[in-house]
Design a binder for this molecule. Structure first.
Ligand code: NOJ
Length: 540
């Protein structure tokens, strides 16, 4: 079951980057959170057939690739990031033939397909962990089992805390403890054990043979733990974001694993790519994941975490580009994903949050490198903040701390058309309730409206393909020009970009001919009035 990339669009897509070594170097990659994208069978959960039916939306949007979040067999204790069978599709999402057909249809439309791989932990329902609990000899060696401390071994073996809150250890009925950096249903694998590496190489081959174009590697920075699993000393939370070195994240040993995966990816016709979800304390540490013999890209969460402050943005942009270019890799730009509050809301919500989100999208798409678009951001969706506790499924919420229980609000199924929920997401409701006022945000409602966020994204992606230099990492970094306080102004070959972060109109000499703006600009050819919280692209 292999698939050829047939569409001529693939040949023209990312042409600048392809010429210098790979479609992925300036690709715009769209994240599909499968359970919330499109429901084909009316059970309220999105599925692979739903994704396949909606692929034309992505082709029309103009993205280069689709990243699918985990659709493997899973008890869904963490939205599928708890995998019980890495080679099979969960019945909730379809079956293997649906995955095969989806890859085929995507390729026919000129879209590459990236799938998630979850190597840091399995589900507690994975056969290996079941054997470990059942006491099968040697099975516990595949995980991190330890006796407890204190009288009767009643205390966890060390002071590590889970990302989702509470201790990173749970006790089995026979008294031993096992490590889970995330939920107790997600026991961490022991990557020192050769069988673990062998199994994952085989899993990667399974999906590569099916024709996928790459992997997004979940918790790529977490697979190796410091020898002896030492205490941190002050019981720190295993936060994903942080600057403090931690004995369970960003250990040098992960790079050996990633190198072996790169060799595997390179053994396929491609290029097939690997994208690291790695939360590293600095841009320099992150760049280590994208050295020439490691993965192709790493998510640049520093951009996502950057406040609406031009100096901070410029610093992150410069440092990110410098760090990745030092190893010859493209930078990535990400504003939202399924783990963070949607950026319309992060930027203040309402009209202002939306204006900033639209401006940030144009800024991101003007920068050299690869950009990630999270489903629904092209519709300007806000975070849903008023979900009743009874519907929340994020394990962090149930554990009462960690990520503040906020990850359900960015996972609400997206509106396709119609005035009432489920807005054609499916015809059987939606696993999380959608707001009553999302009709105007649907794909159908925004299509053809020149002021809509959807048409802004479509226009931006079309221009990104048409304007040589935009996006291409090899065309060099932005050249910053002097600009009034609160404004960023940079040029790229044949192109300029302005970002006005002030909540007020700002006048400056026109940098060129406006070709796209997140809010209407007024210019007489010499002077331009930049709207509040706006980004404008200029042809030079
Ligand atoms: C990162 C994923 O994006 C997140 O959703 C998940 O909870 C953790 N990794 C654990 O797999």
């Amino acid at each position: 079951m292999t698939h050829e990339l047939t569409a001529s669009r693939l040949a023209s897509a990312s042409s600048n980057a392809t010429a210098s070594g790979g479609w992925w170097r300036d690709a715009v990659i769209y994240q599909v959170y499968v359970r919330s994208f499109a429901d084909s069978d009316g059970d309220g959960f999105g599925d692979l057939r739903g994704v396949r039916e909606r692929l034309p939306h992505l082709a029309r949007l103009g993205v280069d690739a689709v990243w699918l979040t985990p659709f493997y067999v899973s008890p869904q204790a963490d939205g599928g990031y708890d995998v019980a069978d890495y080679r099979a599709v969960d019945p909730l999402f379809g079956d293997l033939s649906d995955a095969d057909a989806l890859v085929d249809s995507a390729h026919a439309l000129g879209l590459r397909v990236i799938v998630d791989v979850v190597p840091n932990h399995t589900s507690e329902q994975h056969p290996w962990f079941r054997e470990a609990l059942a006491g099968v000899p040697g099975a516990r060696d595949l995980y991190h089992f330890r006796p407890g401390r204190g009288p009767g071994g009643a205390e966890p073996p060390n002071d590590w805390k889970s990302v989702f809150g509470g201790p990173a250890w749970s006790r089995t009925p026979d008294g031993e403890w096992y490590l889970h950096l995330f939920a107790p249903e997600q026991p961490d694998l022991n990557w020192e054990h050769p069988e673990v590496a062998e199994e994952f190489a085989s899993v990667l081959r399974f999906w590569l043979d099916l024709g996928i174009d790459g992997f997004r590697v979940d918790v790529a920075h977490g697979m190796v733990k410091a020898p002896g699993l030492p205490d941190i000393g002050h019981g720190a939370q295993a936060t994903l974001i942080g600057t403090e070195p931690l004995p369970f994240f960003d250990q040098d040993g992960v790079h050996e694993i990633l190198r072996s995966w790169r060799r595997l990816l390179d053994s396929y016709e491609g290029p097939r790519i690997g994208v690291a979800e790695a939360w590293a304390p600095t841009s320099e540490r992150l760049a280590l994941y994208v050295r020439p013999d490691e993965l192709h890209q790493a998510f640049n969460f520093r951009f996502l975490n950057c406040p609406w402050d031009p100096a901070a943005m410029r610093k992150v942009i410069d440092e990110s580009l410098a760090a990745t270019s030092s190893v010859g890799a493209p930078t990535t730009w990400v504003l939202s994903n399924h783990d963070v509050v949607r950026h319309v809301t992060r930027y203040g919500g309402g009209e202002r949050g939306l204006a900033r989100a639209r401006a940030a999208a144009l800024l991101m798409l003007a920068l050299p490198g690869s950009a990630y678009v999270y489903q629904g951001e092209e519709l300007g969706l806000p975070e849903v903040l008023d979900l009743p506790d009874s519907v929340r499924q994020d394990p962090a919420f149930a554990r009462g701390e960690g990520q503040d229980g906020l990850r359900d609000g960015c996972r609400v199924p997206i509106p396709w058309s119609g005035g009432e929920a489920p807005y054609d997401f499916g015809d059987g409701g939606s696993w999380l309730p959608q707001p009553a006022d999302w009709g105007g945000l649907s794909v159908a409602a925004q299509t053809g409206d020149p002021h809509s966020t959807l048409e802004l994204y479509r226009a931006a992606l079309e221009l990104r393909r048409a304007l040589p230099g935009l996006g291409a990492p090899d065309a060099g970094p932005p050249t910053w020009l002097s600009a009034p306080k609160d404004v960023l102004l940079f040029t790229r070959p044949g192109f300029a970009c302005t970002l006005n972060t002030r909540p007020a109109v700002l006048e400056l000499p026109s940098p060129g001919r406006p070709v796209l703006s997140s809010s209407p600009v007024e210019t007489d050819g010499r002077t331009v009035r930049l709207p509040p919280d706006s980004c404008t692209w200029w042809a030079l």
